[in-house]
Design a protein around this ligand. Structure first.
Ligand SMILES: NC(=O)c1ccc[n+]([C@@H]2O[C@H](COP(=O)([O-])OP(=O)(O)OC[C@H]3O[C@@H](n4cnc5c(N)ncnc54)[C@H](OP(=O)(O)O)[C@@H]3O)[C@@H](O)[C@H]2O)c1
Length: 345
């Protein structure tokens, strides 16, 4: 059987490396996978299961026989390259924020709105949401179906890997510098991140919210329901991998914590770990390397009518980025929305 040719752009990055691993783990039907990055990385070796791939330069690559391009090289690279790659006939699944709000580009979390993926043909581009949005909507969708969400208030505790590999290095070197009494240098973050938390992710907007907070609001509306109101506070914490969220939800209809637990236990992508005893919940350390969106600490929020509060944790590089992108590619294949070019020829 002829499989697909898949290109991973940003293959040396946090998300790109994870994409190569996940394509292998899930046995994605690819008969060729190519690793692309900037000119700086030509010849660098990256692993894809048992195989080692040599990185090639995006700018010289001919996409004419590529079926699917998983893009994870930032917004400006995507703005320039995704339309060119899409015009060569490859479907681009993009991880940056460049295309998410484009009305001609579906924004997909397969557990929530897989049906909307079919709309990719307008631009040949599909967008992956922000990492914090992806795990949130996986947990919200089954509750919304059951009791209709009116309003969400969320505070995030986001790991440094969400800001790329250089940000992970910054947490590591600052932490070391604290112990060795060396100077702490802030490059990726506006203040020191070691032994600290920073309530600023992405740029400030006119209304005082940050862009990351705006993205959670706008993307939740696009993926789940435009009627949902959402206010977010996004915070960077000194954790390497795994985003956590404290979520308060107001529903139209009554829903008890027990009902929510049993709904979430059956929901795709969710795992409920909620023992309501010391240690009976999930932390990012345990979620790292896993695929699930973990939901813990489900309880009533008695400050509003029909309110629930919960704690939600997931691996931001997996469900927040690479896994979600590969799941979107699986939707295209399983729903026969895409034929391999080799097969068609
Ligand atoms: N990390 C997350 O949790 C997360 C979640 C959702 C979305 N995203 C998005 O995913 C993208 C990548 O994030 P990341 O965390 O993987 O960043 P990263 O670790 O900094 O990696 C960036 C990647 O982009 C490549 N790149 C940069 N400039 C390029 C160019 N001009 N041409 C080709 N490749 C280029 C880099 O290649 P070189 O090594 O050659 O420079 C590297 O492979 C971003 O858009 C980010 O917003 C990330």
């Amino acid at each position: 059987m002829m499989g697909y040719k898949v290109a991973v752009v940003g293959a040396t990055g946090n998300v790109g490396r994870e994409m190569l691993t996940i394509l292998d783990e899930r046995k994605f039907p690819a008969d060729e996978v190519v690793a692309l990055a900037s000119r700086r990385s030509v010849g660098v070796e990256v692993s894809h299961g048992d195989k080692t791939l040599k990185v090639k330069a995006l700018e010289h690559y001919d996409f004419s026989d590529v079926d699917i391009c998983l893009m994870s090289a930032g917004g400006s690279v995507s703005k320039e390259w995704s339309p060119k790659i899409a015009a060569s006939g490859a479907v681009v699944i993009d991880n940056s924020s460049a295309w998410r709000m484009d009305p001609d580009v579906p924004l997909i979390v397969p557990e929530v709105n897989a049906d909307a993926a079919a709309g990719f043909t307008k631009k040949n581009i599909i967008a992956n949401p922000n990492c914090s949005t992806a795990q949130l909507v996986v947990a919200l969708k089954p509750l919304h179906d059951a009791a209709t969400i009116r309003r969400v208030v969320v505070a995030t505790y986001q790991s440094v890997s969400g800001a790329g590999k250089d940000a992970m290095d910054e947490l590591f070197s600052q932490t070391k510098a604290v112990y060795t009494n060396d100077e702490l240098i802030n490059k990726k973050f506006p203040k020191r991140i070691a032994f600290n938390v920073i309530p600023e992710i992405d740029v400030f907007m006119e209304d005082g919210y940050t862009k990351e907070e705006w993205k959670m609001m706008a993307e939740t509306k696009k993926i789940l329901d435009p009627k949902i109101k959402l206010s977010a506070t996004c915070v960077r914490v000194p954790v390497f991998v795994g985003h956590s969220e404290a979520v308060n939800i107001e529903f139209e209809k009554p829903i008890t914590p027990d009902e929510a637990r049993s709904i979430l236990r059956k929901a795709p992508g969710c795992l409920v770990i909620d023992k309501q005893e010391p240690g009976g919940y999930v932390t990012p350390y345990e979620a790292a390397g896993e695929d699930a969106t973990y939901v813990s600490r489900i309880r009533e929020d008695a400050t509003v009518e029909n309110g629930l509060a919960l704690w939600c944790v997931s691996d931001n590089l997996r469900k927040g980025a690479a896994l979600n992108a590969v799941q979107i590619a699986e939707v295209l294949v399983n729903r026969k929305l895409l034929t391999a070019k080799k097969k068609a020829a």
